[in-house]
Design a protein around this ligand. Structure first.
Ligand SMILES: [Zn+2]
Length: 199
């Protein structure tokens, strides 16, 4: 029905857990793992014919499914939780904009720049990593921004779990966006971005 829409899975209290493809969502529904569903219907799956009623069963898969979950999947509840750093999520955090020259690039022309270079004791972490076009990254080389005379356009931040799920999402539908956005921290830089339509 909707190509490759993903379903946002949450725990029963509405904490986002992550994205699932529709076969996994259907499995959760059939197994009775879904506590409640909300949002628009993304998929309508047809099942078998009920012998008694003669009706074909139907399975509606909504945009957001609250499911049972065991505590081993809740690592983000710990205060020290930091989502894993990947280039894809990093570039999405920075809206594919080079934080040195301020221009937007396709992913293939972007790179992960370590603000304080690894060779100088910098960490490979969210707060020491920014999106940089390959040209700016080469120019900066093994220097700090101050040494290179290249000012950073934004302060790099580590996303919260809800922000990270947003950054990992593909073709997020409006219901899911609203749901996640309501769980971003108030000071999240992503609010302004989403308001500006640069998702
Ligand atoms: Zn650049």
């Amino acid at each position: 029905m909707n190509g490759h829409r993903q379903i946002l899975r949450t725990d029963p209290s509405g904490q986002p857990i992550g994205w699932v493809e529709y076969p996994e969502a259907a499995r959760l529904l059939v197994l009775g793992e879904v506590c409640y569903a909300s949002g628009s219907i993304l998929y309508r799956l047809r099942g078998g014919i009920n012998a008694r009623s003669g009706r074909q069963s139907r399975l509606d898969v909504h945009a957001i499914l609250a499911t049972r979950i065991d505590d081993t999947h809740r690592s983000w509840l710990y205060r020290s939780y930091v989502p894993p750093l990947s280039n894809a999520a990093l570039f999405r955090r920075d809206a594919r904009i080079c934080l040195y020259c301020g221009r937007r690039f396709p992913q293939t022309l972007l790179s992960r720049d370590h603000v304080r270079p690894l060779s100088r004791g910098g960490e490979d972490s969210w707060t020491n990593s920014v999106t940089a076009c390959k040209r700016c990254n080469n120019r900066k080389a093994g220097r700090t921004p101050e040494e290179a005379g290249m000012a950073l356009l934004a302060v790099p931040f580590a996303p919260t779990h809800a922000e990270y799920i947003y950054l990992k999402g593909k073709r997020i539908v409006a219901d899911q966006m609203d749901f996640l956005r309501a769980r971003f921290p108030r000071e999240s830089p992503l609010h302004a971005r989403l308001a500006g339509g640069h998702a």
